[in-house]
Design a protein around this ligand. Structure first.
Ligand code: SF4
Ligand code: SF4
Length: 483
């Protein structure tokens, strides 16, 4: 809408945005466009006046004409209408991005579950624990992906990543390194085939680190494989829930192996991925141990996915505590960023990148669209967490994607279907959240994760404040998110 269509007698009202302040400066986070705008004296005053209720434009100008020049007020009203912060009281709300993605949207990341077997028995594991959705232990799926299936998966990715110069393969498990021979063959094959097709493939994997040994570390470094280590923190924390099948803790096994990996593998940054539970909530201690004592470049922490009745499920007080500690690390991260220094708390970096890029999501994540998981038998599912679940299978690497099934998934999971989210200012970033979390909590992947709303909004607000502070004091730091 443009000011030229609003006459002086029409009534103006606030539209949808989330305001936040940094060092006394007000910013608006626009919903649903995800744009961010800095306010000044006149715009602040106009928003404050309309915050008390809608006003006829002439009345609004009269009310503020003692403080500001009328031309400046008119110009500012025009600008606020342009960014959709204010508008005609009767104008329809901009609810959500409406368009469905085109059929054949390219695949950019394929997660290969090279095995569903694991040498650890972590209590909270979504694959083997109490909330599992696929019977990986007694089910029909092979325990290990065959070399042939992995090669077919590579061909599938090359075909489905049409138009993209770069595609990504992430190896996953079970414990990924239990199928090391297939990893080696797949990387060599994918590199050769990608070169023939004029593409590049990047590789990464997630491992529990128990099986790292010198020749594997050498191979990871030489092949520039990005590595994420699943680890929960110092010995007393790690040994509480990340245990072998005989109940023995895994810290003493993984600690020297991780240190060796970090010493030798310098071709890609190595990250740690922590699962937080009610039994391990000392975020600051965990973070400091993993960065300062272990030497990880970055650490990402995520709350466990589980039903509320489990004794390790995070309580609402626990979520508040987690948020407070995240806030402390976020402030540290900001201090470092203001001095152009690195800080390893990747949760901030990931959210800031989305804010900077103006991401306004129609889907909680890329699963079933730009990202898919491949089960050990070659079935293609929404993502690695659904690998092997018939209900969430949308094709196979040999037969391709079932476009009808994928199309239905895209309609059912679109933000337009999540009416609970339509009044939430955080929906450009959240869009209902993780489908797997929703499946565990509500029995269906299409349900918005309403149990996490307060947390998501608080965390997004914190990251917006950090973004504002950086934009104000060290804007060039944000350039790194342009890539
Ligand atoms: S799940 Fe909650 S926080 Fe996320 S978009 Fe929906 S209402 Fe907002
Ligand atoms: S559904 Fe959840 S686990 Fe799967 S890719 Fe999306 S966010 Fe990740």
């Amino acid at each position: 809408m443009n000011s030229s269509v609003i006459t002086d007698s029409e009534t103006l009202a606030l539209r949808e945005f989330h305001p936040f302040k940094t060092d006394g400066v007000t910013y608006l986070y626009m919903v649903p466009s995800a744009g961010i705008f800095r306010m000044d004296g006149p715009s602040d005053a106009i928003l404050e006046a309309l915050g008390k209720g809608p006003k006829v434009k002439t009345e609004l100008i009269n009310e503020l004409s003692g403080q500001f020049n009328i031309d400046l007020l008119l110009e500012t009203i025009d600008e606020l209408i342009e960014i959709r912060a204010i508008g005609d009281i009767d104008a329809p709300k901009d609810l959500v991005p409406n368009d469905l993605p085109p059929v054949g949207f390219p695949l950019t990341t394929m997660v290969l579950n090279v095995t569903n077997k694991c040498n650890l028995a972590c209590t909270y594991c979504y694959e083997y624990g109490e909330d599992k959705i696929v019977d990986t232990k007694y089910g029909n799926q092979p325990k290990f992906m065959a070399e042939e299936t992995a090669k077919e998966s590579v061909e599938f990715l090359l075909e489905e990543s049409r138009g993209q110069d770069v595609a990504h393969i992430t190896f996953f498990g079970g414990e990924t390194l239990l199928n090391f021979p297939v990893l080696q063959d797949t990387v060599a094959y994918a590199r050769r085939r990608a070169a023939e097709e004029g593409k590049r493939i990047e590789f990464s994997l997630t491992t529990n680190a128990t099986l790292l040994r010198p020749e594997i570390i050498e191979w990871l470094a030489d092949n520039q494989i990005g590595v994420t280590i699943s680890i929960d923190g110092p010995k007393e924390v790690q040994d509480g829930l990340r245990v072998f099948h005989n109940g023995k803790g895994s810290y003493d096994v993984v600690e020297p192996k991780i240190k060796e990996l970090l010493k030798r593998h310098k071709t890609r940054p190595i990250g740690a991925r922590v699962t937080l539970t009610q039994k391990n909530m000392d975020v600051l201690k965990i973070f400091r141990h993993l960065t300062e004592e272990m030497g990880f470049w970055e650490v990402g922490l995520a709350p466990v996915t589980t039903q509320d009745q489990r004794d390790y499920a995070i309580t609402s007080e626990g979520k508040d505590d987690m948020l407070e500690q995240f806030g402390v690390l976020a402030q540290e991260w900001l201090e470092c960023a203001l001095n152009d220094e690195h800080h390893g708390f990747s949760n901030v970096k990931d959210t800031l990148e989305e804010i900077h890029k103006g991401v306004s999501k129609a889907y909680g994540c890329g699963a079933g669209l730009g990202l898919m998981g491949v089960a050990t038998d070659g079935d293609v599912s929404l993502c690695h967490r659904f690998a092997g679940s018939p209900e969430h299978t949308i094709g196979s690497v040999t037969d391709g994607i079932d476009r009808d099934k994928q199309g239905k998934f895209l309609v059912d999971h679109h933000i337009a279907s999540k009416t609970d989210c339509h009044t939430c200012w955080a929906r450009p970033i959240c869009s209902g959240g993780c489908y797997h979390e929703a499946h565990v909590q509500y029995g269906t992947s299409s349900h918005p994760n309403l149990h996490y709303c307060t947390w998501v909004r608080s965390w997004t607000h914190t990251c917006l404040e950090i973004y504002g502070a950086l934009a104000e004091k060290n804007p060039k730091f944000l350039n790194r998110f342009d890539a």
